[in-house]
Ligand binder design. Structure first.
Ligand code: TYD
Length: 258
């Protein structure tokens, strides 16, 4: 299992870096941690794990359980929820999820989530990976592909380019997809008597398209995704997640040979 990084580093260069030694010859080495085929293998290189799923898939519960388990293992861990995790991100979150917000062009929605992600990336994710932390993201770029791409029909290439620009093409080493039918997720939200936000209010066909989109992403990248049946009880789901994360950590410790 390795992180995939479709393109060379996109970080804008200052004049002092222009054509600097080793820039082209060391693929993806940025700020002391490694992106690309060797991601997660260097000393101090962190590992990025994302959790994805439709509304009511149990993602928040599972994030909490995973965090507790990692801390129990003595692992240095940073968690980031998207959108959010920074001052700007939390403010943008309030805007994009506000049911009172007027109609948005779907591409604008992509850009708003990407703006929040850009800030989370530089303020939270990149520094934590540089420290060697395990970074657990409650949603990452796949949310945009599923919710705005599969759900709203935004061009996949547009989403990829925008997000590659803000994350330097970084992909998680492991993405856990909690799969539940959209109707099951909606019923859970109803039972929790949760007030539905702007995106949750979209109809069930939208949420089913998001789920289908997620499953298509998982099929395309089976080495990165682990699909977990989210309809099981929380302990069973946690056990499955724990196993996958333990394997990812062991693979990091052995430089991918384990
Ligand atoms: P959140 O409360 O995190 O949802 P959940 O509790 O289900 O995880 O709200 C995030 C919402 O934003 C959720 O509806 C998914 C949506 N979203 C996108 O549409 N695109 C994105 O890129 C991200 C990160 C989230």
């Amino acid at each position: 299992m390795g992180a995939s990084r479709p393109e060379p580093a996109q970080r804008p260069r200052g004049p002092e870096q222009e054509g600097g030694p080793g820039q082209e010859g060391v693929p993806g080495r940025q700020n002391g941690w490694v992106m690309g085929p060797d991601a997660g293998r260097g000393a101090g290189a962190g590992i990025l794990i994302s959790l994805e799923g439709v509304e009511g898939s149990g993602k928040s519960t599972q994030c909490r359980l995973l965090l507790a388990w990692l801390r129990d293992q003595g692992v240095a861990v940073t968690t980031v929820r998207e959108p959010g995790g920074t001052d700007l991100g939390e403010r943008l979150r309030a805007i994009v999820l506000d049911p009172a917000l007027g109609p948005l062009r779907p591409e604008t929605e992509v850009l708003l989530f990407a703006a929040a992600r850009s800030q989370a990336f530089v303020e939270r994710i990149e520094p934590a990976l540089s420290r060697g932390d395990v970074v657990v993201c409650d949603r990452f770029v796949d949310s945009s592909a599923a919710y705005q791409g599969a759900g709203l029909g935004v061009d996949a290439e547009f989403i990829r380019r925008v997000n590659d620009a803000v994350t330097q093409g970084l992909r998680p080493q492991l993405t856990i997809l909690l799969d539940v039918p959209a109707g099951v997720g909606r019923e859970r939200r109803r039972q929790a008597a949760a007030e539905l936000d702007r995106i949750e209010r979209r109809d069930i066909a939208y949420h089913e398209a998001v789920r289908t989109g997620y499953l298509a992403l998982a099929r395309r990248e089976p080495g990165r995704f682990m699909v977990v049946d989210g309809t099981g009880d929380p302990e069973t789901v946690h056990d499955a997640i724990q196993g996958a994360v333990a394997r990812a950590l062991a693979s990091r410790a052995t430089g991918g040979r384990g």
